[in-house]
Design a protein around this ligand. Structure first.
Ligand code: SF4
Length: 337
């Protein structure tokens, strides 16, 4: 499948403009994501419709807590990623082409099959998730466009590294996104992820400007991005640039992939980070990967009552009516229907 968003250059080289790496790719070579290849001066997506994962998930698993809570999301992925996070939680599929000599696996599907399956499965949305949707952009775009025609919403769970051009192309069909803001340090992005912070900040701001409903996730890795001063700057960025209504998920790290020499994040660290978020003015701050923690619930910012009670991905109590707290009638930010 010919790739979207690239330029042909001299000597059969191409420039890929899909993500902020903007790889310059010689004939016969692939970009950093290892799933886009220059074949005779044309850039090809090697993963169009080759799905490595296909599941029906609760939308809470993305995590999205303020977008159609309690609904099901048809969730798909191909292999590949444009980041190299040392703590990748899905490295077996996300890093497969990079780590295993270009290997690409997956079962072939057409966009229409995914949309039909989502409708049959009672899903209100399709999520492009598990790996990085930007690197399977052509398939995500075509599926999202068709899904929109059928009244199905579309969700990206993303590292936020797509270019403005890519976002412009997908945004008419993109209803919501959970974007990782992995740290507020360019050094962290460079050394642990192989990317740059500034591009992620730009994508987040542009998503908001384009009307995409955004929630932000930060995985706290002990000793690497848990400095309270850095977390204060991160929380201030969300509050000031994205808006205090933006939900922030602070997630617990577990040793995995190339970071197996560290302990899981102490719950106390997550609690401190949450307090930092609330102090910055954020109205909805959650802790993730700690089932049963009180900060899994949504609290009304006005009266403090629980408006959505959760246990893991399950909703156990729902005190919202038409998006308003049933105790004090305050409007809770989100997409509720
Ligand atoms: S999607 Fe990003 S990493 Fe992949 S080829 Fe294009 S610019 Fe490079």
């Amino acid at each position: 499948m010919e790739a979207y968003l690239y330029q042909s250059l001299e000597d059969k080289r191409v420039r890929c403009n899909l993500c902020s790496h903007r790889c310059l790719i010689k004939e016969g070579r692939r970009g950093i994501c290892a799933v886009r290849e220059n074949q005779g001066g044309n850039l090809k997506s090697l993963v169009y419709g080759k799905l490595i994962a296909r599941h029906i998930d609760p939308i809470e698993k993305k995590p999205l807590y303020h977008f159609l809570p309690g609904s099901l999301s048809y969730s798909v992925a191909t292999v590949g990623c444009n980041f190299r996070c040392q703590f990748c939680q899905n490295a077996d599929i996300a890093q497969m082409p990079a780590d295993q000599s270009g290997m690409i696996m997956g079962e072939k599907f057409a966009p229409s099959q995914i949309v039909d399956d989502a409708i049959r499965g009672g899903c209100q949305s399709i999520s492009y998730t598990y790996t990085e949707p930007t690197v399977f952009f052509e398939f995500a775009h075509d599926t999202a466009k068709l899904a929109s025609d059928h009244g199905i919403r579309n969700v990206f769970v993303s590292n936020g590294y797509m270019t403005a051009e890519a976002l412009e192309m997908i945004s008419p069909y993109l209803d919501a996104a959970n974007v990782d803001l992995k740290a507020f340090s360019d050094q962290y992005y460079k050394e642990l992820c192989g990317a740059r912070l500034e591009h992620v900040k730009a994508t987040l701001k542009l998503m908001k400007a384009r009307g995409v409903f955004v929630e932000v996730t930060t995985l706290i890795v002990p000793g690497l991005n848990d400095d309270p001063f850095q977390l204060k700057k991160l929380a201030a960025f969300i509050a000031q640039e994205l808006g205090v209504e933006t939900p922030w998920h602070i997630s617990r790290f577990h040793p995995t992939y190339k970071l197996i020499d560290r302990s899981p994040t102490p719950v106390k660290t997550l609690t401190t980070a949450r307090q930092i978020g609330l102090k910055a003015g954020l109205k909805y701050v959650y802790t993730g990967n700690v089932p049963g923690h009180a900060a899994e619930n949504t609290y009304c910012f006005s009266c403090g009552e629980i408006v959505i009670e959760r246990r893991g991905f399950q909703i156990t109590r729902f005190n919202l009516k038409n998006g308003h707290c049933t105790s004090c009638q305050a409007r809770i930010d989100g997409v509720w229907e």
